[in-house]
Write a protein that binds this ligand. Structure first.
Ligand code: AHR
Length: 494
């Protein structure tokens, strides 16, 4: 077993881990919204105003800070006026991106904004730039956020909502380089500036505007966009990167049936996020040296072949201990890069891609990824502590990955330290220098074999339990991470 040394800097970094890094994304795709989050008030499934009670409770348990909606690719075909007013008269549409199913628009603006109020999270609206109009987007903002007398505010009132909602996060276009319009960065930048001009701040509501950023390693997109926008017309740009184990979109691999080589290749592919964050940050630093524009990873996670027998357009996949490691590695990366990374949204909340929750009828399953979000939630709004971890590279199946990932933050005299050990065979011992006298420690652990998952018949195969394999001596903690495990520690310091 290898021993590694981890030094936590007592000097605070001055960087806050924005709670929004623990954000989620829910699209009108497969069973994410319908059946996953929303079942309607008349459903036999216990619900609050149509929202599944089990899902609301579970999302509150992980302190969901922000929810992105209505897409994804769906966003650039979404016309918000079809999703307001009496449900029986809402216009139906075809969901061309996701299975060609009929979208009845029974979940629209009111249902989404009220859900965010119920969850106590920020709404993040993805506006339609691809097939919408400037006026349509501008009117949506007016509808949601204006309190006075105006056509849109009056319409909102007519539809039963007197007071405006608060809306901070507004994306303008989704994947405009692809499903959002196949645009060049030059063309998109101009269009973005045009659209955003008409997205107004009403009644003290202050929009935080997000421009569509690059697809994975399209560094040219970042360079062009960043050279054409500025702090007065954009608050952040987005980045999308999915972890595909094989790297082949035609044969992505199974969510549950994979060998050790495919496991290590998944971790290696997910580690590419580190390089992406560093390189996009470098470009952003050169064009925005004062760090005014944030980076939002508003789609990330694993993408496998769909579960056998399910609709290929619904992107339904199971979630194993491998996904838990992916989640831990990425969240540690986002924490450590929080100077630029101001938000991240895992794709997608329920029943789609790397979900934290799965549903079937009235049953719900919390995935291993859910437990990672639960174990990491104390990082939200903590002060990042620089955590210097020496090189932990290991080579398995001819693939080299870092064995251990870590991040640390401090809030109210408590250090939260989160760790993952990606090795399938070897434990790791860690000597942690906390930089201050350690008074007390408590810990949680998530572990299991690489393809362990929770199913509807066996929902408790894997969940977090107490971790106490540590010893403290003054400033130093010695601990052992078992092979394939994720650990979170709460360290009381003085
Ligand atoms: O999350 C699924 C899809 O992935 C989204 O709709 C799109 O933005 C991305 O390509």
């Amino acid at each position: 077993m290898k021993n590694y040394f981890l030094k936590l800097s007592a000097e605070k970094s001055g960087q806050v881990i924005h709670k929004e890094i623990y954000g989620h994304f829910s699209e009108h795709l497969g069973r994410c919204i319908y059946g996953g989050i929303y079942v309607g008030e008349d459903s036999d499934i216990p619900n609050i105003n149509g929202y599944r009670k089990d899902i609301v409770d579970a999302l509150k348990e992980i302190n969901i800070p922000v929810l992105r909606w209505p897409g994804g690719c769906f966003a650039d075909e979404y016309h918000w006026k079809n999703g307001i007013g009496p449900k029986e008269s809402r216009v139906k549409m075809v969901n061309t991106n996701w299975g060609g199913v009929t979208e009845d628009n029974s979940f629209g603006t009111h249902e989404f904004m009220n859900l965010c109020e119920l969850l106590g999270c920020e709404p993040y609206i993805a506006g339609n730039l691809g097939s919408g109009t400037v006026r349509e987007l501008s009117e949506w903002i007016e509808y949601m956020t204006f309190s006075g007398i105006s056509p849109m505010a009056d319409l909102r009132r007519k539809n039963g909502r007197e007071n405006p909602w608060k809306l901070k996060y507004l994306g303008i276009g989704n994947e405009s380089w692809g499903c959002g319009g196949s645009m060049s960065p030059e063309y998109y930048s101009d269009l973005y500036k045009h659209y955003q001009t008409f997205c107004k701040n009403f009644d003290g509501n202050s929009l935080y505007k997000v421009a569509c950023g690059p697809n994975a390693d399209d560094f040219n997109w970042t360079r062009v966009l960043m050279s054409r926008i500025n702090r007065y017309n954009a608050n952040a740009i987005s980045l999308h990167y999915y972890t595909v184990p094989t790297g082949d979109w035609n044969r992505k691999g199974s969510a549950t049936e994979f060998d050790e080589a495919e496991y290590y290749s998944t971790i290696q592919k997910t580690m590419y996020m580190k390089e992406l964050l560093e390189k996009h940050t470098e470009i952003m630093d050169s064009l925005d040296p004062d760090n005014n524009i944030g980076l939002i990873v508003d789609e990330w996670g694993t993408w496998y072949d769909v579960e056998p027998g399910t609709n290929p357009g619904f992107l339904y996949q199971q979630n194993t201990m491998r996904d838990a490691v992916v989640a831990a590695v990425n969240l540690n990366l986002f924490n450590n890069n929080c100077r630029r990374v101001v938000m991240a949204n895992i794709a997608q909340t329920v029943n789609v891609l790397q979900s934290v929750l799965l549903t079937e009828g009235n049953k719900t399953v919390k995935t291993p990824t859910f437990y990672v979000f639960k174990m990491f939630k104390n990082h939200q709004e903590g002060m990042l502590l620089e955590s210097e971890l020496e090189n932990t590279d290991i080579t398995e199946e001819n693939i080299t990955i870092p064995q251990v990932s870590a991040s640390a933050s401090e809030k109210d005299g408590i250090i939260t330290l989160t760790l993952s050990n990606a090795s399938l065979s070897d434990g790791a011992t860690l000597t942690v220098d906390a930089g201050r006298c350690v008074e007390a420690i408590s810990g949680r652990i998530l572990s299991g074999s690489m393809n362990t998952f929770n199913s509807f018949d066996e929902p408790d195969n894997i969940f977090d339990t107490e971790f106490n394999d540590f010893k403290k001596m003054s400033n130093v903690i010695n601990l052992t991470l078992p092979a394939l495990s994720i650990v979170s520690l709460e360290i009381k310091v003085k």
